[in-house]
Design a binder for this molecule. Structure first.
Ligand SMILES: [Zn+2]
Length: 165
């Protein structure tokens, strides 16, 4: 939402620094997981011909043992760990824009730095890392990330619901 009154640049910059410090110091470590990617099989040509150098040699004409003759394999991109503020209590949720959503049980909001927005947009699952390092709470995104702040360039808010995709 655009602001309707002038705010000194120094105030904006102070606020943005405060937000960055706030997220860095009080934020929690969150692991972002990305959708599987389909890539060409490194072991065959077309599914039925061995690709020289591949890990599992086989006889031309039989299906490649690495991809079962499909010539494609799934790979999981490496997860990323970022720091975000987590709001567990719906009373703390930041209501933005014109949206008034029904909030499902267990839903959370996170507030992150814009530099991490691309990762959050690409992920299909987030796990909040518990203090003891045992990852138990898995979330999927509810709606799109919304930029926040005076200039909407420094931070974003994302809503999440419990559960894996
Ligand atoms: Zn193959």
């Amino acid at each position: 939402m655009a602001i309707q009154f002038p705010v000194p640049l120094s105030t904006i910059q102070l606020h943005e620094k405060w937000v960055a410090d706030f997220i860095a110091q009080l934020g929690k470590s969150c692991t972002l997981f990305y959708p599987f990617l389909m890539v060409s099989c490194p072991n065959c040509i077309g599914g039925f011909q061995y690709l020289t150098g591949g890990p599992y040699p086989f006889t031309t004409g039989s299906p490649c043992p690495y991809c079962n003759g499909t010539n494609h394999i799934q790979t999981e991109p490496n997860p990323d760990v970022i720091t975000m503020l987590i709001y567990d209590d719906p009373r703390d949720f930041i209501l933005y824009g014109e949206f008034k959503v029904a909030i499902p049980a267990g839903a959370i909001q996170t507030r992150g730095l814009m530099s991490d927005l691309n990762k959050v947009q690409r992920c299909n699952r987030m796990v909040r890392n518990s203090i003891d390092g045992i990852q138990t709470m898995s979330y999927t995104k509810a709606g799109e990330a919304t930029p926040m702040g005076f200039r909407q360039t420094e931070e974003f808010v994302q809503s999440w619901t419990r559960g894996a995709p």
